[in-house]
Design a protein around this ligand. Structure first.
Ligand SMILES: Nc1ncnc2c1ncn2[C@@H]1O[C@H](COP(=O)(O)OP(=O)(O)OP(=O)(O)O)[C@@H](O)[C@H]1O
Length: 247
């Protein structure tokens, strides 16, 4: 299996404040990898560094390689092969334009858009394409954004908290769609979330971030089997308690 993304000693700082402190990891072709961690641990700054969208006020060092090529410092639009979806779907779509027109403006034929929507579990794609964004639910909007990302045929999809604003039924729909869009023979996935239980149902391997560093990089079976008193074990125990596995 080939490496699709390599991150080497990534550091992000705001002035003297170190926010990401030497993060290194790799994502293999078709792999689904979770990036877990509490709020403020540095997950989004890491994602922004990969995508080239880091705020200009922040300083960055380290290397990002995409399919073996150093892309550090290139513009987001020059990172073809990477796509992303975010928590805030409202800012990703134009609220005043029908969804179908937005697909067309992005260069996608009606038929391709409809087929992709069906692959992502929509049973009436024509209705979706004829709708304005506000006529769709949060989960449907996220799957529309995912369809737009998938149509770019990415080698890796970065999904930054795509389910955090959703109810549990919509979360499950989006997770199903992410599973359909990624995996062996399709795009790799970097799924960024604080929800350990949700990530364990989708991803095979997990990175755990804490205060700007990676404190665990292991498969989910190993992660969920942790019983110690360290930060990662306590995070897993809290997730188990939340999902009712311990009760
Ligand atoms: N532009 C910025 N300038 C200064 N500090 C920032 C900036 N962006 C983020 N930070 C700080 O960097 C730290 C990491 O932020 P980041 O958004 O990466 O966390 P996160 O793990 O994604 O959290 P969340 O799950 O809440 O999105 C936080 O303390 C945040 O306040």
């Amino acid at each position: 299996m080939n490496e699709v993304l390599g991150v080497h000693d990534l550091r992000v700082a705001a002035g003297r404040q170190q926010l990401v402190r030497g993060v290194s990891f790799s994502v293999m072709e078709g792999e689904r990898l979770a990036l877990l961690g509490a709020s403020g641990s540095g997950k989004s700054l890491t994602a922004e560094s990969l995508l080239g969208t880091l705020h200009a006020r922040l300083s960055r060092s380290g290397v990002v390689e995409f399919e073996g090529v150093d892309v550090t410092g290139t513009l987001p639009q020059d990172r073809a092969g990477m796509a992303a979806v975010f928590q805030a779907t409202a800012t990703a779509l134009n609220p005043l334009m029908r969804v179908g027109r937005q697909f067309r403006l992005a260069g996608h034929e009606h038929r391709d858009a409809a087929e992709t929507l069906v692959a992502l579990d929509f049973d009436d794609p024509d209705r979706v394409l004829a709708s304005y964004p506000m006529q769709l639910s949060g989960g449907q909007l996220q799957r529309v954004c995912l369809a737009m990302a998938v149509l770019r045929r990415p080698r890796i999809l970065v999904a930054d908290e795509p389910t955090s604003a959703l109810d549990t039924v919509s979360q499950a729909e989006v997770v199903r769609a992410l599973r359909a869009a990624t995996g062996p023979g399709r795009a790799a996935l970097l799924f960024i979330t604080h929800d350990v239980a949700l990530a364990s149902g989708l991803c095979d391997r997990a990175l755990v971030m804490h205060e700007g560093t990676i404190v665990a990089d292991e498969d989910f079976t190993t992660l969920l089997g942790r019983t110690g008193d360290d930060y990662v074990s306590r995070l897993v125990a809290a997730a188990r308690a939340m999902s009712g596995v311990d009760s």
